[in-house]
Structure formats: C-alpha cells, structure tokens
Design a protein around this ligand. Structure first.
Ligand code: FBP
Length: 553
C-alpha cells in the first residue's frame, strides 16, 4: 500500500520508553493469585498456569541474555497501535540479543496452524512504526482450542526454533493464549505464550489493565466525526442523527464519545440491562427528548447508540441465550433450511416467552439473530441496524403523539455507523507509546521465562517516563461462562460500571443535554504536528499546479 505523507512523517515519532523498561530489568514477584471467580474449576482446567504471581519490572543488572526467537499473532478486530506492539517486541528482543528473530504469523491464529508466516526484519519494522491497521501481518478470528491446532502450531514453532508466541487480542483471544500456554506447559514443549490487551471496545480492563489499546484512538476518531455531525446538525437544523458506535458488548466507546461530544441522547446498554428497560422504554425516552426540543423549535438532535444494545435489553438477551444454545445444538440441521423454514424451526423450538419476543422483532433483526455466531460464539451485532430500528420506532411513537395532539414537530432522520472508520486509524500518541511499551514488556516476560501472562503497562495517566510495566497471569482474569451451549473458562469482560465516575458524570448532565443544544466538537486528533502533515493543500490542487508529490510505491 502506498504510504501517505502523514504516514511517512509519523514513522519518525519516537514513543517515550518508560524508565521501567529503558535499561536492564529484573522481575519483582507479588503474591500468588486467584481467578476472579469459579476458582476450583479454573484451577482444575489450568493446573500449570493457575495461581502465578503478578510480576513487575524493576531496574536490574546488565547481563548477557540467552538467544531466542518469537512468533507474534494479531487476533480479532484491528485496533490502532498493533504495529507498535510488534515494533516494541522487535526492538526489545534485538536489544537483548542481535541474533534474536521475530516471525509474524499471517491473518491471525490461522497463520500458526497453517504455517503461514514471514520474518519481520528491520526494513519492514521501520516502515510500520506508528502506523495504524494490522496489515503488516493481518488478523483473523479463528479460535485456537483444539489439540490438533496446538500440535500443528508446534511443528512450525519447532521448525523456526521459536521459543515464545505473543498473541495480541481481546478477551477471547487472550483466553485462547492462556489455553495454549497451559497446553504447551502440560506437554513440556518449552514454548512460552504471552498475551497482549487489545480491543477498541475498551472492555478488557481490570485492576491491573488500565486500558486495552486502541480505545484511545478509536474514541478520538469517532468523536471528531460526531463533533462534525453535531456542528452540521446545529447549522442545518433539520435532522435527528442516529449514530451507532462499535463496541460488541460494553458501551465504553459510546460513553467516552458522549462525554467528549455532549450529544442529546447517549444510550448505555449496561443501564438498560440494570433497570430492566424494554425497547419501548428506550424509544419513549428518545421521543420525549424529540418532543421537548421541538417545543423550543429545535427539530434536530443527536442520538448515540451502542452497537451491543440489543443483547442488553433483558427480554432480547434471554432470547439470544436460548438461540445460542439452540443453534449450537441443532446447527447442521438448521443451516440448510431456507430463511422461512429457519424462522419456523426457531419458533417451534423456543420456549413460549422467548418465542413471543422473537415474534415481535422486525424481520431483519430476527433474521440477524438467527444467523451463525462468530467463532467465539458471539452474535455479529455490527450487522444489526439498531440505529434504524430505533429511529423507525421513534417515528411511530411520534405519529401516535401527533394524533393525541401532544406533538407537532418535524422528525427527519439520518443514520450512521462508526466502527470501521476508527479501528485502523493512525494511533494517537497515547496508543503509539502504550503499545510500544506493551511490546517491550512482552519481550521482557519472554526473556524472564514467563508463560500464561498478559503483558501490562500501568500508571498511564502519568507521564510515560513513570509508567510501570510487568505481567499479570491470565488465569487471574477468568471465570466460567456459557458459550455455544457449554460452560467455558473465559476472561471476564469489563462492562460500564454504573457506579463509576464516567457514568455518574453523564447522569448529572444528561437531562440538560437532552433538552438543550450543548454540543462539543473535539476536532481531529492530528491537529498539530510537522508542516508536511498539517499544512498541505489537497492533492488535486497540488497536482493541478505541477507539484511533484513523489507518489512512492
Ligand atoms: P475485538 O474484540 O476483536 O477487538 O473486535 C472488536 C470489534 O471491532 C467490535 O467493536 C465489533 O463488534 C467487532 O469487532 C466487529 O467484528 P468484525 O471485524 O468481524 O466485523
């Protein structure tokens, strides 16, 4: 892919390396850990990687490091900063021993199983510093859980003399990393496995993981777009914009963008679930705001809708749980039926209460919920057009109010879905620096013989020099959950905490934001920087005036 001027200039950005990782390090071990729940089951499933201590890197003595090779896998949806994890690993392992090698497995975990890889050399690495996307090696969602997959992986690991695998991913992929670490430890294969916390969704976090990388950049990019829409909305004054934002389950992205941009309505799925709200309750709340604003002559507004909403509406959540089990148990018979027969099949097999809920859903939503799950058993919520569903229902609600004589405004809508627009964008300074440090931490965990750990970097609200680095045993974050009809060990997702400060801050102002127009436009992330990034005309104008743009391949 041809590199843009911004990309070529941004390569020169130097992430600040935390003091904790700048020189030789040794490991300071904490006390033994326990899983967040279901301790007995998790311990039984992970006898070799359970109960390990949390580790922190502190200054140590310089000494000659053993030579080792590393394989890296990018797993799941892209997130800004992934390339910096790779450059961080590369620089750190080369510093430990110049003959160390880094291999990238292509297109996710599949690359390991199918033996598709490339060696990452200095030239390649240098081209991808601070560059968004995952395209250096690609990503994929294959679930690593079968013994044959682990054994196939072992063949290529042996061939390339790899000592450790780093899996960069979200909660599901890091669960896989832990399963792989346990398998290789149990079979004394001498292969270490380290995880790295990635996902724009922001739901892989806990006491030790402050943020999953990508969340910072993605929310900045979405907020820039939302801010622009708000400005248009306040200029043209004629549309209600329904904006769906990515985040498969948790509403962290929606809340963060809401706080940054101050839209009229910001729906938080976790609140919907906690208060046992129905789709109609949500629609009523939006319609109330539309009516109230129209009384002041403001027939426009902005509504933020989290992508995962549908699963958090309790009645629909119960329906999805039963559908998951049904599809897992009857999958092969069911997939060959035509859509109408699939609908009848589902209606015949669901419990009465869930069949009633299923029957009330618009056809397209019912159809999406009846489709195959992703390899981790998740409904593909990014394909459900919740923003259209809500706006249609609000329009019907307003029609009713019009007939009753309680509303006579105008309601014209625009729909947007922001997800893919942000998850491959150039990493913000935070994500560039954070990811580079995560890569370095992963390398140090490997050098210190650790396995079954997730690389962590903490204190990231302080200046980067003072960030702390280390590792947390992955088993510590696990509990048992139902997936594809079976109880499985998985990393517990961090949902929006309704008692946390971000949500409380929103609660205090939301009534006022719903009524008034208090939009904020945060602007673009790369608003300042070197001239060649910020002070360029359009390429059209430059080319029209004979400027040589050096369109290097
Ligand atoms: P990860 O959890 O793998 O980081 O992916 C997050 C995400 O971007 C979600 O926000 C979204 O629901 C999903 O991926 C979309 O998946 P796909 O890339 O398969 O369309």
């Amino acid at each position: 892919m041809r590199r843009s001027i911004m990309q070529r200039a941004r390569v020169n950005y130097e992430p600040v390396v935390p003091l904790a990782l700048r020189h030789a390090v040794k490991v300071k071990e904490g006390v033994a850990t326990n899983s967040v729940d279901d301790q007995e089951e998790i311990k039984k499933l992970f006898p070799n990687t359970y109960g390990l201590p949390i580790v922190e890197f502190v200054p140590g003595e310089e000494h000659e490091s053993k030579r080792f090779n590393v394989g890296v896998i990018l797993s799941g949806g892209p997130a800004p900063g992934g390339h910096n994890v790779i450059t961080g690993i590369y620089d750190a392992i080369k510093k430990l021993h110049p003959d160390n090698k880094l291999y990238g497995f292509l297109l996710g975990p599949d690359g390991l199983v199918k033996h598709q890889y490339k060696e990452l050399d200095q030239d390649l690495i240098d081209r991808y510093r601070n560059v968004g996307g995952f395209d250096l090696i690609g990503s994929g969602r294959t679930k690593l859980e079968q013994e044959e997959q682990f054994e196939k992986g072992l063949e290529i690991i042996r061939k390339l003399e790899i000592n450790a695998i780093v899996i960069v991913g979200g909660d599901d992929s890091n669960t896989n990393a832990c399963v792989l670490a346990e398998y290789y430890a149990e079979h004394h294969s001498g292969v270490q496995v380290i995880g790295c916390p990635k996902t724009i969704d922001g739901d892989l976090k806990n006491e030790y993981i402050e943020a999953s990388f990508g969340f910072d950049t993605a929310t900045k990019v979405y907020s820039e777009l939302i801010g622009n829409i708000e400005r248009d909305c306040n200029s043209a004054r004629k549309y209600w914009h329904f904006i769906k934002l990515m985040g498969r389950s948790a509403s962290h992205i929606t809340l963060e963008c809401g706080l940054k941009c101050q839209p009229n309505i910001c729906i938080i799925s976790e609140e919907v679930q906690e208060k046992d709200l129905t789709l109609n309750d949500i629609v009523n709340r939006i319609a109330d705001a539309v009516v109230c604003r129209s009384q002041d002559g403001n027939n426009f507004g902005v509504v933020l809708v989290p992508e995962g909403l549908i699963e958090f509406i309790p009645a629909i959540g119960r329906l999805i749980d039963e559908l998951n089990d049904l599809l897992a148990a009857h999958g092969s018979k069911y997939v060959n039926l035509d859509p109408e027969a699939q609908h009848d099949y589902i209606m015949a097999h669901l419990s009465k209460a869930n069949a009633e809920t299923f029957d009330t859903l618009p056809d397209d939503v019912a159809h999406q919920l009846s489709l195959d799950r992703d390899p981790h058993g998740n409904v593909q919520v990014s394909l459900i057009e919740t923003e259209r569903l809500l706006s249609k229902m609000v329009a019907a609600n307003l029609k009713r109010r019009e007939k009753e004589g309680t509303y006579n405004g105008k309601f014209k809508v625009m729909h947007h879905f922001f997800g893919y627009e942000g998850r491959c964008s150039a990493p913000s300074n935070y994500d560039a620096t954070y990811c580079y440090a995560l890569g370095m931490s992963a390398a140090q965990l490997i050098a210190h013989g650790k396995t079954g750990y997730m690389a962590v970097v903490r204190n990231t609200y302080d200046s980067p020099e003072n960030w702390k680095a280390g590792g947390v045993p992955i088993t510590m974050m696990m509990n048992m959950e139902r997936r594809n009809g079976k109880m499985k060990p998985v990393i517990r997702k961090a949902l929006v905490d309704l008692n946390g400060e971000p949500f409380k801050a929103y609660m205090e102002v939301r009534d006022q934001w719903a009524r008034e127009t208090l939009y904020v436009n945060p602007g673009p992330v790369q608003l300042w920087g070197p001239d060649e990034v910020c002070n360029q005309t359009t390429m059209t104008l430059a080319l029209e005036h004979g400027v040589d743009l050096n369109l290097e391949p």
